[in-house]
Design a protein around this ligand. Structure first.
Ligand code: E4P
Length: 223
């Protein structure tokens, strides 16, 4: 399963990349705003800066909501860097735009997906990635992981090549459960990725190993 980091924070992206497990980055206009990045030129420069840090795919979201404007904006984003994947919302014009981008060889991430029917449309339009938002479904008392299971079944039934990119993952169990289901990718904040590292028995065990090593060395020294 690929790990993407869901942030526009360059320090977090660097930290995840240096860990050696990062396969890509997802951003959205809210994540950009959270980092204080605003205005067309600043946003574009920020995408370029992200592409310079990581090797993998970097999702850059269109702001346009009509087919014609999405095409112009998406083509400009795709031209920024070979790693850019154009993120397009799951709306009628978005589906048309994904179909268009696919025909031009431009890779896409269909975002704001909350149902299996939407995921089916994204796959039929040829999206590279589909982003079901599992955390936001959990927020409204609907099981986000069930949606990942349903999409996995549908895509496997027909051999769709669209990759399931479980988005809006908020904690380590989201990541683990997505891996159990067979999601192709999960995107999560740095905190959730780093939390996978943690186990008290690991910390206790390491402390004991180091203490025993030091004690044995002391005994050796007084021989
Ligand atoms: C996906 O690409 C979105 O950027 C993101 O995962 C949304 O997460 P949130 O629901 O935590 O805002």
């Amino acid at each position: 399963m690929k790990f993407f980091i869901d942030t526009a924070n360059l320090a977090h992206i660097k930290e995840a990349y240096e860990l050696g497990v990062l396969d890509g980055v997802t951003t959205n206009p809210s994540l950009m705003a959270k980092e204080g990045i605003s205005g067309h030129e600043n946003v574009i420069n920020h995408y370029k800066a992200i592409c310079e840090i990581v090797d993998g795919d970097v999702s850059a979201e269109v702001i346009a909501t009509t087919f014609e404007e999405m095409v112009i904006e998406g083509e400009a984003l795709a031209a920024l860097h070979p790693q850019i994947v154009v993120k397009v919302p799951m709306i009628k014009d978005g589906v048309r735009a994904i179909k268009y981008f696919t025909s031009k060889g431009i890779r896409t991430n269909c975002t704001l997906v909350f149902s299996a029917g939407q995921a089916l449309l994204a796959a039929k339009a040829g999206a590279t990635y589909v982003s079901p938002f599992i955390g936001r479904l959990d927020d409204v008392s609907t099981d986000g992981l069930t949606l990942i299971e349903d999409i996995r079944t549908i895509y496997d039934n027909y051999g769709y090549e669209t990759q399931i990119l479980a988005a809006s993952a908020r904690h380590p169990m989201h990541i683990i459960n997505c891996a159990k289901i067979g999601s192709d990718v999960v995107t999560a904040p740095l905190s959730a990725i780093v939390a996978l590292l943690k186990h008290p028995l690991t910390d206790n065990g390491l402390a004991q190993f180091l203490a025993d090593y030091a004690k044995a060395a002391e005994l050796e020294a007084v021989k």
